[in-house]
Design a protein around this ligand. Structure first.
Ligand code: GDP
Ligand code: MG
Length: 171
């Protein structure tokens, strides 16, 4: 069975743990300890084949960008999360994307930008078009999600799997 390591990155409070827990356990965990960083295993079926995903939910803060280097080096694919109700979280992900591109320069890895908390539409600070534009300029995928309402969570991982499978097929 093919095994892929997926790293979840993004500023604090955007819902990295909520979306990871939603995908792994199917539940929405309202208040997940913000300092917990953990790795989860899930076997998923995609186009009639099974894949083993190792998912690392990171909790690093900006002071530890060198630690982030270590995570990025070990990852096969990346989920970079902001929250649609926070312009500062959107501004913060640019440096994470740059860091991934620098480290994976010779081996561009599948990446998806996730605009989480799309249920908070009345507090929206980032339009869907802004997310799409950032993804276009970074040549990666984009999706808006809600861990709370279970919207588009599985699709994050299916998108990365399809990118990973295409990449392996072209090698
Ligand atoms: P992390 O620091 O990125 O891991 O963020 P958490 O997963 O701990 O979530 C931070 C806060 O946002 C918590 O209070 C969650 O309940 C809340 N949250 C996470 N995802 C969503 C979502 O999709 N919608 C809403 N409304 N709140 C969310
Ligand atoms: Mg967390």
């Amino acid at each position: 069975m093919q095994n892929f390591k997926i790293i979840i990155l993004g500023p604090g409070g955007v819902g990295k743990s909520a979306l990871t827990q939603r995908f792994i356990s199917g539940n929405f965990i309202e208040a997940y300890d913000p300092t917990i960083e953990d790795c989860y295993l899930k076997t998923v079926k995609y186009k009639n084949k099974e894949y083993k995903l190792e998912i690392l939910d990171t909790a690093g803060t900006d002071q530890f960008t060198s630690l982030r280097d270590v995570y990025i080096n070990s990852g096969d694919a990346f989920v970079v999360v902001y929250s649609i109700d926070s312009i500062s979280s959107f501004n913060d992900i640019q440096s994470i994307i740059d860091q991934i591109c620098t480290i994976k320069e010779s081996d561009p890895s599948p990446l998806i930008i996730v605009g989480n908390k799309c249920d908070l539409d009345e507090d929206r600070e980032i339009s869907e078009e802004m997310g799409e534009m950032l993804a276009n300029s970074s040549r990666c995928s984009f999706i808006e999600t809600s861990a709370k309402l279970d919207l588009n969570i599985k699709e994050i991982f299916y998108d990365l799997l399809s990118q990973l499978i295409n990449k392996r097929a072209s090698m």
